[in-house]
Design a protein around this ligand. Structure first.
Ligand code: ZN
Length: 247
């Protein structure tokens, strides 16, 4: 089985479609595994939900998804995020709202646990260092973990034999032979719709459970179109501008 790993789409349909065009070049996909934040910040919340639901989608709840359906207090959001969350909440159809509200905060799929933040706090925690990643492994019921939330791609590998956790912050182009690896993986595939590692291209990964192997990718998309759609909807300019900076 081949799974596309995506996170933090943030209602950026232009980026999401570019990722799926790129996926087409890499052969058939059986499932989409998503670590949250389908909506928030971006101009196309309903089309993104509908686009993804057309696939065999396995998805967990992100903090922006929760905020958009009234499950999270907006007080913890910065002003731009708060404005965008309020706009998104007003924009969601009943079907989109119902779908987002039904998402679990944690999901175990075979050897992988999916959470938005971390296994310690699936909604709010950020995994940004090997020491944090190492702590996460002791909270997992599965060998491996997939996260989102930071919008920064990162591949952490924990080697239990010598209690060592390594990190690659630029996993794009990495192809990992999971079977031969004597370690546990915690992967953030990076953000589809609002990357924050100073690379504005959309990020995603491909997991082949039969091989098993894991490969990370980046794909360019029409950022100007996404920005134009944000301006047309009156979303905060800062959110549009940061797309071209990848920050
Ligand atoms: Zn996010």
């Amino acid at each position: 089985m081949r799974c596309a790993l995506i996170a933090d789409i943030h209602a950026n349909l232009t980026a999401l479609k570019a990722v799926f065009e790129d996926l087409k070049l890499r052969g058939p996909i059986d499932q989409i595994w998503c670590t949250g934040d389908i909506v928030g910040y971006g101009p196309d919340p309903n089309p993104c939900v509908e686009f993804l639901r057309a696939f065999d989608l396995r998805c967990v709840l992100g903090n922006h998804d929760a905020a958009a359906v009234g499950m999270l207090d907006l007080e913890n959001f910065n002003p731009a995020a708060k404005t965008a969350a309020a706009w998104t909440a007003g924009e969601l159809t009943a079907a989109s709202r119902q779908f987002l509200a039904s998402l679990p905060t944690q999901l175990a799929l075979g050897d992988y646990t999916l959470v938005h933040g971390s296994p310690l706090d699936p909604i709010w925690d950020y995994v940004t260092s090997p020491s944090q990643a190492k702590t996460c492994f002791s909270y997992l019921q599965t060998p491996h973990c997939l996260v989102g939330h930071t919008h920064v791609p990162a591949l952490y590998i924990y080697f239990p034999e010598n209690d060592l956790c390594t990190v690659s912050m630029t996993p794009a182009g990495h192809s990992l032979d999971v079977a031969r690896l004597k370690g546990r993986i915690l992967l953030n595939p990076g953000s589809v719709g609002q990357p924050r590692d100073r690379d504005p291209r959309a990020a995603y990964a491909l997991l082949d459970l039969d091989a098993p192997s894991l490969t990370c990718y980046r794909v360019g998309y029409d950022i100007a179109t996404a920005q134009q759609r944000m301006r047309e909807r009156g979303l905060p300019l800062l959110l549009a501008e940061r797309l071209s900076l990848g920050w």
